[in-house]
Design a protein around this ligand. Sequence first.
Ligand SMILES: Cc1cc2nc3c(=O)[nH]c(=O)nc-3n(C[C@H](O)[C@H](O)[C@H](O)COP(=O)(O)OP(=O)(O)OC[C@H]3O[C@@H](n4cnc5c(N)ncnc54)[C@H](O)[C@@H]3O)c2cc1C
Length: 297
Amino acid sequence: MYDVIIIGAGPAGLSAALYTSRANLSTLIIGKDRGVLERVEKIENYFGVPAPVSGGELVDNARKQAQALGAELLTEEVLGISWNGVFQVACKESDYEAAAVIVATGASRTKGKISGLAEHEGTGVSYCAICDGFFYRGKDVAVLGHGEYALHELGQLLPVVGSAVLCTNGQEPDGQVPENVRVERTPVAAIEGEPLVEALVFADGSRAAVSGVFVALGSAGAVDLARKIGVQVEKNTICVDEKMATNIPGLFAAGDCVGGLLQISTAVGEGAQAGMSAIAYVRRNFRTSGELKTAEI
Ligand SMILES: Cc1cc2nc3c(=O)[nH]c(=O)nc-3n(C[C@H](O)[C@H](O)[C@H](O)COP(=O)(O)OP(=O)(O)OC[C@H]3O[C@@H](n4cnc5c(N)ncnc54)[C@H](O)[C@@H]3O)c2cc1C
């Protein structure tokens, strides 16, 4: 078990790791890639860096810095977070445990442009299988997506729902699809029903009767991960206080995923604060070995 797991290896997550590692907390950073900065050719407005630097170079330097201070860095996609006395962070290959978690996964991804999708949020469209699957007990549902995240959501739903169709928008699924799941490659054009979801309409005009649609496009974004564990979200961002604490004790968030000024300097500052808050939380509630000190967390 780690003292702190940081989800996201961009400026916010790496900055948080500098603080937690230097405070002697065992720190695991999990990032699926180098984040948006990977694609940024020239940065000229970061404090103390006079010559233009590429985003990739800036992130690579920060990765080396965090590792040199003792943080472990894992290139993996996080699929979910849960809590059973400590935090469980689920990845494709393994699960990891920590006393505290910092979410720093950047701005939430787009939802996809499907007619009726936004209108049915809360009336049949869901972004969290573990939160809402139970409402569809014995019913027919669809999962939108083709990646690991979509397959993970499917796995959560199958023991509960009547049937599930995986809608991949023309893509091949990234992994093994259970035998009893139909894979529909034709793009979804619309979600219909008034007021509750009743059907998917595909681009070729065909239809599938469903009561629920679970959106799992791309990888799990900050808001998807937050919803799984009951973190308060607003619009497309995670709600935090001035200490970068969410409403869940021991769970902090920083960087673009909490909104505000979407800049590297902001992400680095918020990451530092989230790191400091995680240090205080772990020291207050856990021994440095990671062993639980008090049940009141
Ligand atoms: C084109 C462009 C140009 C920009 N130029 C500038 C600039 O010149 N100056 C400036 O200050 N800012 C600039 N920005 C903004 C800046 O890049 C962001 O504000 C900053 O990168 C935010 O840092 P972050 O750590 O919050 O998120 P990100 O940098 O987005 O990092 C998110 C991390 O989370 C990881 N992640 C996400 N989901 C998962 C998951 N499910 N499992 C595991 N890991 C996950 C990603 O792999 C990544 O490591 C630019 C942004 C863009 C898009």
